[in-house]
Design a protein around this ligand. Structure first.
Ligand code: EPU
Length: 418
């Protein structure tokens, strides 16, 4: 088991380049199943979730050619199975996209019930509602989701909650259905738009991605043969922006789409952090005095829930009391007990955390409770006096490409040990 050892209190300075978006990649890779040929995908992040998905695609019969560190070519023409049963699949939330993609191609899918980070109940009722609206029958037996349809026919689907996963899955199942599917109350996250662009490049007809009504006119065949570049990772970018502010540093975060960062940029500015926005990069300069702020996480374009844990670590430095309300997940403050081991003064009540600052964080042995909680521990470690040892870092490796290496180039004292 590897661990990260951080000696804190070093200012981060320099430039860091953001990788391709995890949550776009984990939708686009399964989407290749819908194509009749080869797809070349660029800016694929080198993270554990992607490695697992590549294994699953290969087991289904795809061939994958690694062109370079961040580009792959996937040929799905020989996929002949609609049953996904890789032993790693349970660890991966995004395995649920195999349901929509296999259903779209074979009208059948058998996929283990999805796992992923544990922050409260993670239902898939809206995914199932979408599949059923298109004419599929869905059963859950022995830990597996079994889906089958005589034929898929486009239909209107109104999502009861704004769900990224359900929006993606319904798009995947609907692109080859007969007729028109309309998703109302759809999620608007950047990776939804990226997936729609990828599918449209294969010949799909999807309109409205990025708004709350998405219209999908089904097509018989989706072709391969094109090259697609995944968007930069909004959450990775945000993590470096927060790390720069947390260490009173001066960091240029490169290869990003500043529009995706607006909710964070506004909050950092409110905290008294200097944020300069350029075409495809953002410079963040910290401050001696961070002001308290209140934040509520919401679906895009609101403040992302996935940046809630990292920003909580930063707010331990803020002058006064900050309040964070989690608007997406029921139970996403489990990591707060780990921060308390480092001296944080945080009270959690239900979906709200009250953070007293400023406190002097001190290094301690802590655990990454999940992917973004792991990022929160790293940021706290960078801020803390003394040594922080983070265990369970496989969670961090699931979604951050070479996090420790990138932070070292910014001057952090962070080592990976066995
Ligand atoms: N929900 C339902 N029913 C459903 C689906 C969702 O009630 O059928 C609820 C959830 O319980 C939650 C809310 O709707 O309260 C939003 O869930 P959503 O479906 O949007 O989340 P997700 O698709 O499972 C993705 C990201 C998460 C990110 C959320 C919210 C991927 C693979 N995962 O999850 O990312 O937190 O959207 O933005 O795209 C991460 O990257 O660390 C991560 C957890």
């Amino acid at each position: 088991m590897e661990k990260l050892v951080i000696r804190g209190q070093k200012r981060l300075e320099g430039e860091v380049c953001v990788s391709g978006a995890k949550n776009a990649a984990v939708a686009i890779l399964p989407a290749t199943i819908l194509s009749d040929g080869k797809c070349t995908i660029e800016n694929v992040p080198d993270i554990l979730d992607v490695a697992i998905l590549k294994e699953i695609l290969k087991e289904l019969g795809a061939s994958i050619n690694q062109i370079n560190d961040s580009s792959i070519q996937i040929d799905t023409s020989n996929i002949n199975s609609y049953v996904a049963n890789n032993s790693q699949i349970g660890k991966l939330r995004a395995s649920y996209y195999l349901m929509g993609a296999l259903l779209g191609r074979f009208k059948k899918a058998i996929v283990p019930f999805p796992g992923g980070c544990d922050f409260g109940v993670r239902p898939i009722d809206q995914h199932i509602k979408g599949f059923e609206a298109l004419g599929a029958k869905v059963e859950i037996e022995h830990g597996k989701v079994i889906i089958s349809a005589e034929k898929l026919v486009g239909a209107p689907v109104y999502l009861d909650v704004v769900s990224v996963g359900a929006t993606v899955n319904i798009m995947l199942a609907a692109v080859k259905a007969e007729g028109v599917t309309t998703i109302e109350n759809a999620a608007k996250e950047p990776h939804i738009v990226d997936l729609a662009n990828f599918l449209n490049a294969m010949g799909a007809d999807i309109k409205g991605a990025g708004t709350d009504v998405i219209k999908i006119r089904g097509k018989k065949h989706l072709k391969g043969g094109h090259t697609y570049t995944i968007i930069p990772d909004q959450i990775e970018a945000g993590t470096y922006m927060i790390a720069a502010a947390a260490t009173n540093g001066d960091v240029l975060v490169k290869n990003i789409i500043p529009k995706h960062m607006e909710s964070l940029t506004a909050k950092l500015q409110e905290m008294n952090v200097t944020v300069d926005v350029y075409d495809d990069s953002i410079r963040v300069r910290g401050s001696d005095k961070i002001q308290k702020v209140n934040i509520k996480t919401l679906p895009y374009p609101g403040f992302p829930t996935d940046l809630q844990p990292p920003v909580t670590s930063l707010l331990c430095r803020a002058e006064g009391t900050s309040i964070i309300t989690e608007g997406v997940w029921d139970n996403r403050f489990q990591y707060v007990d780990e921060l308390k081991r480092m001296g944080a003064k945080i009270k959690v009540e239900g979906r709200t955390a009250v953070i007293e600052g400023p406190v002097r964080l001190t290094g301690a042995p802590v655990r990454a409770m999940d992917l973004r909680a792991g990022a929160a521990m790293v940021i706290a470690g960078l801020m803390a006096h003394g040594e922080t040892v983070i265990s369970n870092i496989h969670y961090i490796d699931r979604g951050y490409e070479r996090l420790d290496e990138k932070l070292r180039t910014l001057g952090a004292d962070i080592q990976r040990i066995k």
